[in-house]
Design a protein. Structure first.
Length: 379
C-alpha cells in the first residue's frame, strides 16, 4: 500500500463541466461546522485503516477533490498529523494538495510548514473569453501570482488545462500553452473536454446555446501540445500528462501501474486485497459511520484475476514508457503476447502499438485512438 488518497468534497462553486462528487455552500448552510466534523472523521478513518493494514509504509499522499484548499491549513495539518501517527510516511514522500488559483501566500506558507511539497492548480484556460464558459472565477494574474509564490517557496507546481472547448480555436489553445510554459511549471495535465451527463455544459450544448465541440480540432490541439511541450523540454510520460525530468507525479503512477492504494473521505475510491471499494458518498453519512467506529465503505467490488489483468493492461498502456511485459508475466503467470497474440499482431501491423524489448506501448498514432486500441486488446 504505497499511497493514500484523501477526498475533500467541498467547493465554493461548481464548474459547469464538472460531475465530480462535490458539495458547496449551496448544499449546506452549516458548511464551516461540517468541515470541522469532516476533518475529525478523516483523522478517525486513518486510525481505522491503520488497524486493518499490515505494511504501513506510504510513499505518496494526495489531497484531491473537490477543492482541498477549502479546508484551513490547521484542518489539513490535523489530517496529516493523523496520517503520520498511523502510517510510516517516507521522509521523501510526495505530498500533493490540489488548490484553486488565487491562494494567499500565507496559506502556501502554511502548507509548506506542514510538509506539503507539491501543489496542483486547476487553471483550465488562460483565455479570458473561455474562463466564464467554464465558470472559472480566477484571472490570469491570479494564476501567475499563485504559481510564482508557490515556486518561491520551493513547491513543485502542476497545472491542469482543458482543450477542445466549445468554440475554442487553435490560436487560443496555442496561446494558453505559451502562457503556461512562461510560468515554468514542473508538470502539466492536458485533458480533452468530456461532456459529462448531468452537467450544465451538456445542457447548454444540447440546447444549442453552445456549439458541439469539434473532435477533429481537439485531436489537432493534442498533436500541437505534444510538439510544443517536447520543444520546451517536457517529457510526455502518460497520455494526458507531461513533466519536466524528475517531476512526473509519483502518486498517479501508482494508479497507472494498478498498484494498491487507500482512499479516505466521502466518496473516495480505494483498491487493496483483491477488491475495489467506494466510501459512502454523503459527507454527513460518512461522518456518522466513522464516528460509530466503522470503516465508511458504501460499496465493495471484488476484482478477479481476469479483471485485474485487463485493468493492468489498460492502465499500463496509458504510460508512454509502456507496459512491462516481463513484470506482467511475473504478476499474472501468463505471457500477454500469447494471450492476445492475434489482436496484438493486428495493432502492430496498423502502426498503433509497438512491441519491442518486452515492452508494449502505444505509438503516437495509437495515442489518438487509445480507446479503440484498448477495446481490441481487452477480452
Amino acid at each position: 500500500m504505497p499511497s493514500i488518497y484523501l477526498h475533500i468534497p467541498f467547493c465554493h462553486l461548481r464548474c459547469n463541466f464538472c460531475n465530480l462528487h462535490t458539495y458547496g455552500m449551496g448544499n449546506y448552510d452549516a458548511l464551516p461546522t461540517l468541515r470541522d466534523d469532516y476533518t475529525a472523521a478523516l483523522c478517525r478513518e486513518a486510525e481505522l485503516w491503520a488497524a486493518e493494514v499490515g505494511d504501513r509504509h506510504v510513499a505518496t499522499v494526495f489531497f484531491g477533490g473537490g477543492t482541498p484548499t477549502e479546508l484551513s491549513v490547521a484542518q489539513l495539518g490535523a489530517v496529516l498529523g493523523a496520517l503520520r501517527r498511523c502510517f510510516d510516511i517516507s521522509n521523501d514522500a510526495e505530498i500533493t494538495v490540489e488548490g484553486y488559483p488565487g491562494l494567499a501566500r500565507e496559506y502556501l506558507v502554511g502548507l509548506q510548514a506542514l510538509g506539503v511539497n507539491r501543489v496542483s492548480f486547476g487553471v483550465q484556460s488562460f483565455d479570458p473569453t473561455l474562463l466564464p464558459l467554464l465558470d472559472r472565477q480566477h484571472t490570469i494574474d491570479d494564476v501567475a501570482r499563485t504559481v510564482q509564490e508557490a515556486q518561491s517557496l520551493g513547491f513543485s507546481v502542476a497545472l491542469d488545462f482543458i482543450y477542445g472547448l466549445p468554440g475554442q480555436t487553435m490560436a487560443q489553445w496555442e496561446a494558453t500553452l505559451d502562457q503556461a510554459l512562461a510560468l515554468s511549471p514542473n508538470h502539466l495535465s492536458l485533458y480533452a473536454l468530456s461532456i459529462e451527463e448531468a452537467t450544465r455544459l451538456r445542457a447548454l450544448i444540447k440546447a444549442g446555446v453552445l456549439p458541439t465541440p469539434d473532435a477533429d480540432l481537439a485531436a489537432d490541439m493534442y498533436r500541437r501540445a505534444m510538439v510544443r511541450l517536447a520543444e520546451a523540454g517536457f517529457e510526455h510520460y502518460e497520455i494526458s500528462n507531461w513533466a519536466r525530468p524528475g517531476h512526473a507525479c509519483r502518486h498517479n503512477q501508482v494508479y497507472w501501474r494498478n498498484e494498491p492504494w487507500l482512499g479516505l473521505g466521502a466518496g473516495a475510491y480505494g483498491w487493496r486485497a483483491g477488491e475495489r471499494y467506494t466510501n459512502i458518498l454523503a459527507p454527513t453519512h460518512y461522518i456518522e459511520a466513522v464516528q460509530a467506529g466503522h470503516l465508511p465503505i458504501g460499496r465493495r467490488e471484488p476484482i478477479d484475476r481476469h479483471t485485474e489483468m485487463n485493468e493492468t493492461l489498460m492502465l499500463g498502456l496509458r504510460l508512454r514508457a509502456g507496459l512491462d511485459l516481463t513484470a506482467f508475466e511475473r504478476r499474472f503467470s501468463v505471457r500477454l503476447v500469447e494471450a492476445r497474440g492475434p489482436a496484438l499482431a493486428e495493432l502492430v501491423r496498423w502502426g498503433l502499438v509497438s512491441l519491442a524489448r518486452d515492452t508494449l506501448r502505444l505509438t503516437d498514432q495509437g495515442l489518438l485512438v487509445a480507446n479503440d486500441v484498448l477495446v481490441r486488446l481487452l477480452v
